[in-house]
Every structure is written in C-alpha cells, then in structure tokens.
Write a protein that binds this ligand. Structure first.
Ligand code: GLN
Length: 357
C-alpha cells in the first residue's frame, strides 16, 4: 500500500492559538493550493501544535485546555482533513470530563471526512508536562486498526517522551514504546513531538543566566534568517547521514540542517526494529515511523526540529564485513532508511510517499 505523508514542523507562539492556527493553515494552503504539491493521505503535526508547549502552571494553560476531541485543535484538524481529503493527527492539551476532570497531553486523529478516529494520551511524561498538571494516560501505548481506503493498517501513537525510558529511570534496554509497536505488529508509528535540541540552554546546567540569554538571542537571530522549507522529494545532500558521528558536543546550531544527533538517538530508541542484531525473523514487513517535531524557543527551551520519516525495512547486512561496517544503530544501519528530514531550526513541511510492503 502506498501512502503520501506530510509533517508540518511549526514554531507555535505560546498561548497564541488563533495566530498559530491561521498561520499553520496558510502554510498548508501555500503548499497544497498555490504550489500545487500533490495532497497527502496523512498530515502529522507536533505535540501541542497550536497552543505551544512550555506552560509554567496549570493556571496558565487553563484557557487553552480543550474538551476531549472536541476543542479548537480538533476543529482545526477537521477543517484541514475535509479541505485536503486527508487524515490529520494533531497534538493538543486535553481536559477530560472525568470526575474530577483530568488534564492530558493528547493527540487526536481525524479522518478525511472529519470524523474523530482516535484520541491518544501521552503515557510517559516529561518534567514540563507536570508543570501544567498533566496526568499520564491510564492505558499506556495504543495500536489501532486504521482503515485506509478499505485496508487495515496497524497504527501506533507515541508523544515525544514516550520514546524515552519511563521517567528516564527505566532500563534503557526496556525499549517500552518501540517494543510495544513491534509486538503489536505496527506498520505505521506516528509521533507528534516537542523534543529539545541538545543545545537547549535549559539543559545546560553549567551556564550562567547571562550566558543562557546570550545563547537564546543568538539562536533567535539565526532562526529569523531562514525561510519556510518545502521538502517534497528526497534530495541526497539533504538527508544523507553524513554527520553520523556527531555527538552532543559537536552539534552546531544550523537552522536549515537536520540534527543527526537527535535523529540517531530516535533510531536507537527503535532498536527492536533494527533486526540485524535481533532475531532474523522478527520483522517480516517494513514499518514506517513519522516523527513530527517543532522548532523555536520558549523561554530558555530550544526545540530540535529535525522532523523525520524513517523506514524500518527489515534488511539484514549480507556479510560479516558489512555487519562490522554498519553494525551501529544509527542512520547508516542498513535496516533503517531516513526518508527525509527537516532542519533543526526552520519551519517547514516534509512530504514523502511511503510504501507498506
Ligand atoms: N526527553 C524529551 C526531550 O528531551 C521529551 C520532551 C517532551 O516530552 N516534550 O525533548
């Protein structure tokens, strides 16, 4: 089955829903109407895509909380889905009608007809979620039977921190989320994210406040100078994993380049899908992971962009030599293909045709 997937990498302004929603809509219009890029079957947006993410308190986020799969983000997704005849997955802050009501970090999936198909709640919380009173999902990860053009596609959802070890405390090798996806036979893995850049001043403990604000200014200036990026075909120089050995220390903030230290880390978190070191018969069919991240700065938090679409093809290295050469779990590993990636500090749209074999 062939599918056209689009990811919208945004820089939403914290608490400016209307402005963010209108701007995101205009980017879609520019791409699929004015530039006449062929419309996608599925559009994915980041975590808390239209509200912004780094709210410091429950009181602050309160006016932006949305009733389960009924609020402004869902309505925006319904309008988009009907206009471009596609599925839309969007992250939003949810307030459930349970008694007492609870707050969740959620992603709602809407059909091309505008019908709500699924509401997923983030299972593994990041510190920032707790600042605004968010609860963990009570039913952990989800894989659903998604019907696309009469065919069933096993589809899993994960939101950002779901990719990490639980609370950063569980053993790294538990691979909770990717293990769930592999076990449930997921072919499509959809992840709205607000993933930090390794350069984020917020995680640089050794910097003074003055040094941090200097950095924030520098990153903002650099981001001001980049334009919206449309990437609708695979261009070798954009996506080749040439910076494979990039470590946290060596990443420079270059807004229009993908940050391979993050991309390689995400690939590592899908270790169970990298079959060459696993059992030979684990992955019979390919699986595609769509990681839609945001960019920009919210106070001292710098997000890492680098939205990417990964194809886990189940291909094994043929020889011992190859195994030694490509045996690392990163974007050079033959069982994963980086089908495209956006820059680390640039708004943009990544459109790719994928095939589920
Ligand atoms: N650990 C992730 C990060 O560093 C989680 C962020 C999130 O859940 N939004 O970005």
């Amino acid at each position: 089955m062939k599918l056209r997937i689009a990811c919208l990498q945004l820089n939403p302004k914290l608490g400016e829903f209307e402005e963010n929603a209108n701007f995101a809509y205009s980017l879609l219009q520019e791409t699929f109407k004015e530039k006449q890029v062929k419309k996608p079957n599925l559009l994915v947006l980041p975590e808390l895509a239209l509200t912004g993410y780094n709210f410091q308190s429950q009181q602050w986020i309160e006016p932006f909380l949305e009733e389960t799969a009924k609020g402004a983000s869902t309505q925006w997704a319904q309008k988009v889905s009907r206009t471009w005849d596609c599925f839309t997955l969007i992250g939003y802050p949810e307030k459930s009608l349970e008694n007492p009501p609870r707050i969740y970090n959620s992603a709602v999936l809407v059909s091309p007809q505008g019908k709500v198909i699924n509401n997923y709640r983030k299972s593994f919380l990041y510190e920032a979620d707790e600042h605004w009173g968010c609860s963990e999902s009570s039913d952990r990860f989800q894989t659903i039977d998604l019907s696309i053009d009469g065919k069933i596609v096993k589809t899993s959802f994960g939101i950002c921190m779901d990719l990490n070890p639980y609370k950063f405390e569980a053993p790294f090798t538990d691979f909770e989320f990717s293990g769930h996806c592999l076990k449930t036979g997921a072919r499509l893995i959809l992840c709205p994210m607000a993933w930090l850049s390794p350069l984020s001043p917020s995680i640089k403990k050794d910097l003074s406040e003055i040094e941090k604000s200097r950095l924030e200014k520098l990153y903002l200036e650099k981001m001001d100078n980049v334009e919206f990026k449309l990437s609708n075909e695979l261009k070798k120089d954009e996506v080749l994993p040439t910076r494979i050995n990039e470590t946290l220390e060596t990443v420079n903030f270059e807004p229009s380049k993908p940050d391979y230290s993050n991309i390689n880390y995400w690939i590592l978190r899908f270790f169970p899908f990298l079959t060459h070191v696993y059992k030979r018969d684990v992955l019979k069919e390919n699986a595609v992971a769509v990681l839609c991240n945001r960019v920009g700065i919210e106070s001292d938090v710098l997000y890492g962009g680098s939205t990417t679409i990964l194809n886990f093809n189940g291909k094994l290295p043929a020889t011992q030599e190859e195994l030694e050469l490509y045996g690392q779990t990163n974007s050079l590993n033959p069982s994963v293909e980086v089908l495209g990636a956006l820059g680390m500090g640039q708004q943009g749209i990544l459109v790719r045709d994928i095939e589920l074999t």
